[in-house]
Design a protein around this ligand. Structure first.
Ligand code: SAM
Length: 315
């Protein structure tokens, strides 16, 4: 613009001289151009402000969801089954107790990790649905649906796989690692599908983007007919439940998608199943810690570019 002004100012005059009228005309032109450009600048500014505002509202909504789903917001006391009686913020943060009424037992850090990974697959357009195998009252799946809702995603589904009657008796002949497992005796771990559906309804998140896979994993997971998965979250505790989920679903995880193992550091059978599956599949993933209990990794292919590594919210 400066060059134009100089050129226009000089045109029709002796070099270095110009009349007052000429100068005023040029100034008027410059002012008009600046004013014409203003709506564009204002529009860009408004769009940026609207984007930030939307992100702020999303953050508030999803943080509130995490607080409600863990029972942190109303200091929901734990079930007595694990020996604890009073609400303890640190236990709830790490998912070390089972809440009396709240809808998940995985704690704030693992829920935030789940949110972060879903946001990452959305940002990087990693194709596929989301699934949790082992849902209890449904809280982690409710958060999955809430993240899709917050980002206006209508093309991905949330798969909700559970017996809805607790854990299976150990099948020691087939899975010796489960021989002494007693999880099946815990009545608190048995939550009906109707109750889980009602829990979704409480957050206005019960809709056609949910797929319920009711039954034992051995019967449901091998034939689950999703095309691909962007997030595979395993929380079935036992060797059998973990191994079946990996054998049935790992191949469906898209490159760039994530595998989350809820109990890797606290349930021996779960860790054994993961380690054995990876060894026999010759996969050497880069494990990332969440909260000292759960781990996750990203399915990769050599040379797969990614936009950015998500900043850890979980730990
Ligand atoms: C620890 S709870 C899951 C907690 C849940 N992810 C949350 O957010 O609170 C384990 C769940 O896995 C289910 N489960 C474990 N093994 C299973 C199997 N082989 N088949 C079907 N359901 C199973 C149980 O019914 C139970 O609901």
């Amino acid at each position: 613009m400066t060059e134009n002004v100089v050129r226009e100012t000089r045109s029709g005059n002796e070099p270095g001289s110009c009349s007052g009228t000429e100068i005023r005309r040029v100034i008027r032109r410059i002012v008009r151009r600046v004013v014409d450009g203003l709506p564009l600048i204002t529009t860009i500014g408004k769009a940026r402000r609207a984007r930030l505002e939307t992100q702020h509202i999303r953050d508030k909504y999803l943080s509130m969801m995490v607080s409600c789903l863990t029972g942190t917001i109303y200091e929901d006391p734990p079930l007595k089954v694990l020996g604890q009686e009073r609400f303890d913020a640190t236990l709830r943060e790490h998912g070390w107790d089972w809440p009396s009424h709240a809808h998940t037992m995985i704690g704030t850090k693992r829920l935030n990790n789940l949110r972060m990974l879903i946001e990452d697959v959305i940002r990087n357009e990693v194709p596929g649905d989301l699934i949790e195998t082992g849902v209890w009252r449904g809280g982690a799946c409710i958060l999955m649906r809430a993240v899709l809702f917050a980002y206006g995603i209508k093309t991905r589904r949330v798969w909700i796989a559970d017996s809805f009657e607790g854990l299976p008796r150990p099948n020691a002949a087939r899975y010796p690692a489960d021989e002494h497992d007693t999880f099946y005796t815990y009545e608190d771990l048995s939550v009906s599908m109707e109750e889980v559906k009602r829990n979704f309804e409480k957050y206005s998140l019960f809709d056609g983007q949910l797929v319920f896979l009711k039954g034992w994993f051995k019967d449901t997971l091998p034939t689950a007919d999703m095309d691909s998965l962007a997030v595979l979250r395993l929380d079935g505790d036992m060797y059998e439940s973990t191994m079946l989920a990996l054998e049935s679903l790992y191949a469906k995880v898209s490159v760039g998608g994530y595998i989350i193992i809820d109990d890797y550091h606290v349930v021996k059978g779960c860790k054994m199943a993961v380690d054995e599956f990876l060894a026999k599949s010759k996969i050497v993933p880069q494990f990332r810690e969440i909260d000292g209990v759960g781990v996750y990794w990203q399915k990769s292919e050599v040379g797969t570019p990614r936009k950015e590594w998500p900043a850890d919210r979980g730990s």
